[in-house]
Design a protein around this ligand. Structure first.
Ligand code: MEV
Length: 317
């Protein structure tokens, strides 16, 4: 039996603009994880994928070519040089809320690639996991930048520019974020598609917003390196304003953001595709509890706290 896991993720700065070649910063969220467990099945029974959380059971031989999990598994088998379908039963579970902007789809795919390669006696290096998961992201999201599969595969904070090898970045002082799930699905494919249509209709306006976001992301890298808590918060607020201009915020997200700031968060913004999904708020040990309560009172389904920059959180499997 082989069991592998993958973490969730948050985008700290630069979502959407990253699709247009601007930098973005993302971090893993180790508290929420997807797990894939491969067990050998009786000879001749073939390969079955069981995704209990979504009540799905798929026989690999019957799955259509565009089934995202089957696609990832076929790619992993090809990577491992396995040509004949193995007799495996693969169970997939996850405590990452689906469509919440925490990368549930990419994390399930990453856990699956790791478990399949490991069960086949192969290494599953991050660059291979990232490359294979990207293929399923294309099915889920249309034109993904590649940041979700990258941060989940490497499981450390990343400075990401589309098409370039990911870099990590210095964290002068680890910082605490409250992640609030709005409970409203975040349709990343739709929000990315809407931004694309708006950009096509008015490239000058949208390029100028992306340019400003890039400035914010560069500033955030410096603020994070310097451990400048107040500056990180202000830059989160500035990024949120640009995301509003892109049309990817929503009244429910704004309500959570206002509540977090009102309760003492140093900054707050949506994270990921937007419309629904998550809001992140920068807190410290003094404000964490009141910000959490305020977020719940403003309608958050659940709030988790995560620290960015803690060495021990990196590369956990
Ligand atoms: C989704 O987590 C981040 C987006 O920028 C989309 C992408 O980068 O593929 C909205």
């Amino acid at each position: 039996m082989t069991s592998s896991t993958a973490s969730g993720k948050i985008i700290l700065f630069g979502e959407h603009a990253v699709v247009y070649g601007r930098p973005a910063i993302a971090a893993p969220v180790a508290q929420v994880r997807a797990t894939a467990t491969v067990t050998d099945a009786p000879a001749g029974s073939g390969c079955t994928l069981l995704a209990q959380d979504i009540g799905e059971e798929v026989r690999l031989a019957d799955a259509p070519a565009d089934h995202p999990l089957a696609l990832v598994l076929r790619l992993a088998l090809a990577e491992a040089g396995i040509v004949r379908e193995p007799d495996w039963r693969i169970e997939l579970t996850s405590d990452i809320p689906i469509a919440s902007g925490l990368g549930s789809g990419a994390a399930i795919s990453a856990a699956l690639v790791r478990a399949a390669l490991t069960h086949a006696g192969q290494f599953a290096p991050p660059e291979t996991v990232s490359r294979l998961v990207y293929r399923s992201e294309e099915l889920f999201h249309g034109t993904p930048s590649g940041i979700d599969n990258t941060v989940i595969a490497y499981e450390h904070p990343v400075w990401f520019v589309k098409g370039r090898p990911p870099e990590t970045f210095a964290v002068g002082q680890p910082f605490l974020l409250a992640i609030a799930d709005s409970g409203i699905p975040s349709p990343t494919k739709e929000s990315v598609g809407d931004v694309r249509r708006a950009w096509e209709a008015d490239p000058a306006t949208y390029e100028s917003i992306f340019h400003r976001i890039a400035d914010i992301v560069h500033g955030a890298r410096r603020a994070i390196r310097d451990g400048n808590f107040a500056a990180i918060g202000l830059l989160m607020n500035a990024n949120q304003q640009r995301l509003q201009e892109l049309g990817v915020s929503s009244p429910a997200l704004e309500k959570l953001i206002t509540a977090a700031r009102g309760a003492g968060a140093a900054g707050a913004k949506l994270s990921g595709g937007g419309r629904g999904g998550n809001v992140i708020a920068l807190v410290n040990l003094e404000t964490a509890e009141q910000v959490q309560s305020a977020l719940l009172a403003a309608g958050a389904r659940r709030v988790i706290l995560t620290r960015v920059g803690d060495r021990e959180n990196h590369n956990r499997r």
